[in-house]
Design a protein around this ligand. Structure first.
Ligand SMILES: Cc1cc2nc3c(=O)[nH]c(=O)nc-3n(C[C@H](O)[C@H](O)[C@H](O)COP(=O)(O)O)c2cc1C
Length: 312
């Protein structure tokens, strides 16, 4: 019998795509830096995993300010996928992460062409200390007139199939919610070989300053996240979990343990927490601890038994 089976309290382990996590609560991409920045605030080995900022072939400076605004129960961001680039990440951040025992790193990958994505994956393949890739499909494909990969079924299929063929690690495809049928998009990713899907990314949104009549975000539109999107995200996770057999990782507005429970009941194997880390950098750890208490309080032996257990 394993040590965890002897230890007190509910078994919080979940596993998907061949990777075992000690908790189903994961820090979402773009809201947890490269992990290292949170090392002194959060016990990184207590949370399930963290997803890096999106990594691209070359470093990116991102959009001009204002790039983030608060909305009712959420925020709009148009950071513009600012990041240090995949090679500096491997050289400067990954060695520090490797020294922190027990930290599960998921590398978020994006590009403006399929070749860009393949190059990022190729560079990461040779680096140690990464458990899985999360492929951000909410990105415009500049070689196809700027159409977002994750909003066109054929394009998503091609992106996923080629990245899967190149990836030496499990591939999770992060779906865009800005589609008519997210279940259909998830099925495309599954058919193309994805090992898991994660959802949702942010919703395209617009806020206008009524005094200046100008957009409140310099990029004009931005992505809406936070509690405002949670009920739509829960519906989408449920829809996707019925459409595919591969594991589903759910997110969108999770701020407390009960939110995580709701996503798991809807069909998620694990969850991610993004915007909540802006209000409280310890949110991911607090939600992970809260979820364990919730399970204990409800007499649950295994958190994994929540997945898909809603009475719908
Ligand atoms: C400031 C900010 C930056 C983000 N950057 C990325 C990113 O680089 N790659 C990505 O796949 N998702 C990115 N996201 C989306 C989040 O990972 C998450 O999918 C979304 O915010 C919904 O979850 P939440 O409501 O818990 O924030 C970003 C979100 C925010 C708020």
């Amino acid at each position: 019998m394993s040590t965890a089976a002897h230890s007190k309290g509910p078994d919080m382990r979940v596993s998907f795509a061949g990777v075992e996590l000690r908790s189903p609560v994961i820090a979402a991409s773009g809201t947890f830096g490269y992990g290292i920045e949170f090392e002194e605030i959060v016990s990184l080995d207590r949370i399930g995993a963290f997803v890096t900022k999106g990594l691209s072939r070359e470093p990116m400076a991102g959009n001009t300010a204002p790039r983030i605004i608060e909305t009712a129960a959420g925020m709009i961001n148009a950071i513009g996928l600012q990041n240090m680039g995949v090679r500096p990440f491997i050289a400067e951040k990954l060695p520090k992460l490797r020294k922190l025992a027990g930290v599960v790193v998921i590398a978020n990958v994006f590009g403006f062409t399929i070749e860009d994505c393949l190059e990022v994956i190729g560079a990461l393949n040779d680096a140690e200390g990464i458990a899985m890739y999360e492929l951000n499909a909410s990105c415009p494909n500049t070689s196809h007139g700027g159409m977002v990969f994750g909003t066109d079924p054929a394009l998503l299929y091609e992106l996923t199939a080629r990245c899967k063929a190149a990836a030496k690690r499990p591939l999770m495809v992060k779906l865009s919610p800005n589609v008519t049928s997210i279940g259909q998009m998830a099925k495309m990713a599954e058919d193309a070989g994805a090992d898991a899907v994660s959802l949702v990314n942010t919703f395209v949104s617009l806020a206008i300053d009524v005094e200046t009549r100008k957009p409140r975000i310099a990029n004009v539109t931005g992505g809406l996240s936070g509690p405002a999107i949670k009920p739509i995200a829960v519906r989408m996770v449920n829809e996707v979990s019925r459409a595919v057999k591969i594991p589903v990782v759910g997110m969108g507005g999770i701020v407390r343990a009960e939110d995580a429970v709701e996503f798991m009941l809807a069909g998620a194997t694990a969850v991610q927490v993004g915007t909540a880390s802006y209000a409280d950098p310890r949110a991911v750890e607090n939600i992970a601890n809260g979820l364990k208490r919730w399970c204990a309080g409800h007499g649950m032996a295994q958190v994994a038994s929540l997945t898909g257990a809603a009475l719908l």
